[in-house]
Write a protein that binds this ligand. Structure first.
Ligand code: AMP
Ligand code: ZN
Length: 114
């Protein structure tokens, strides 16, 4: 989608700190981190949010979780604990309408979230 921020990052039109990419997804550093470790896992396919995940996207969603776990291990937050979050629509704080998964760690995370 031409006007979408994350599509532009995926296409290389807007720079980002990319820590992983393959044919299906990209992982970048969040520009405004809220934890010592804060990455965004973003599928290359433009899906607005969790409400729009199709049956054909099931394997892609599974891959994203597996890559998140691999990165959590590599960044040494796996043993202490980490969180994977996808905000959906305004009340949850979604600000970019291209589905993405926050990978958060490196500090104690409160529950319930605010
Ligand atoms: P959400 O509010 O759940 O939609 O998450 C969007 C996230 O994208 C926020 O945590 C922002 O800090 C982050 N963000 C916005 N613009 C950029 C950018 N250009 N590069 C990296 N992260 C960004
Ligand atoms: Zn997009």
């Amino acid at each position: 989608m031409s006007s979408c921020l994350f599509c532009k990052i995926i296409n290389g039109e807007i720079p980002a700190k990319i820590i992983y990419r393959d044919d299906d997804l990209i992982v970048i550093e969040d520009i405004n981190p809220v934890a010592p470790v804060h990455f965004l896992l973003i599928p290359c396919k433009h899906i607005e949010n969790s409400l729009d995940i199709a049956e054909e996207d099931a394997a892609l969603m599974g891959r994203i979780l597996r890559v998140a776990a691999k990165i959590a291990k590599e960044k040494n937050i796996a043993e202490d604990g980490f969180r994977i979050v996808t905000n959906t629509n305004e009340a949850a704080g979604q600000s970019v309408f291209h589905i993405h998964f926050h990978l958060l760690g490196g500090r104690d995370l409160q529950w319930p979230p605010g």
